[in-house]
Design a protein around this ligand. Structure first.
Ligand SMILES: Cc1cc2nc3c(=O)[nH]c(=O)nc-3n(C[C@H](O)[C@H](O)[C@H](O)COP(=O)(O)O)c2cc1C
Length: 163
């Protein structure tokens, strides 16, 4: 698959989502469902950007991580798992164990993948940016940020795209 072809992940993101996978400093793995992400070229590199609210445990992990992966389900797959990982926090439970999802190694230490993904992006974090919701049109601000909790954008260079 071409790195710049974002049709397939878009289908998943607009559906039940994909799993954003990050390790803690003891190499324990957490997965969070995401519906928002984009890929493109920045700084002459192929980059995936994920948007994570500060209230998520995943945010805490990303603040100390070097890598993340985004694991995209096969079409229509992982419905229950995505619902669970999108409503429970890794602060409170081991979500992968609860969902009986198994992990495997990515191409670098510090990257884990979820077995059975249709395809996946392995990303090295280059930078981050806190998005000021104040700059957004009022309709979007009211709908998505009624209580603040504005997203942080994490820019990850796509170092491997697998399937
Ligand atoms: C379909 C779906 C898409 C979601 N997309 C995002 C997202 O892009 N960014 C985000 O911060 N939270 C998103 N969430 C919410 C998190 O997945 C949810 O709060 C999760 O429990 C956080 O897990 P954590 O605390 O282990 O990080 C989404 C939830 C669902 C169900």
């Amino acid at each position: 698959m071409n790195h710049c072809n974002f049709d397939k992940p878009c289908g998943a993101l607009e559906g039940s989502g994909a799993l954003l996978v990050v390790l803690d400093n003891k190499k324990r793995v957490n997965a969070m469902t995401i519906g928002w992400a984009q890929t493109g070229v920045i700084w002459g590199r192929r980059v995936m950007t994920v948007l994570v609210r500060p209230s998520r445990y995943t945010h805490e992990l990303l603040e100390n991580a070097r890598y993340f992966s985004v694991c995209v389900p096969v079409s229509g797959g992982w419905k229950k798992e995505l619902a669970f990982c999108g409503s429970k926090s890794g602060r409170d439970c081991d979500k992968l164990r609860a969902c009986a999802l198994k992990t495997r190694d990515g191409s670098k230490r510090g990257i884990k993948l979820i077995e059975g993904a249709g395809f996946w992006y392995e990303c090295e974090i280059l930078s981050k940016a806190e998005m000021p919701s104040s700059a957004l049109p009022e309709a979007i601000r009211k709908k998505y940020y009624p209580a603040g909790d504005s997203h942080t954008l994490y820019f990850g260079e796509i170092i491997h795209l697998g399937k």
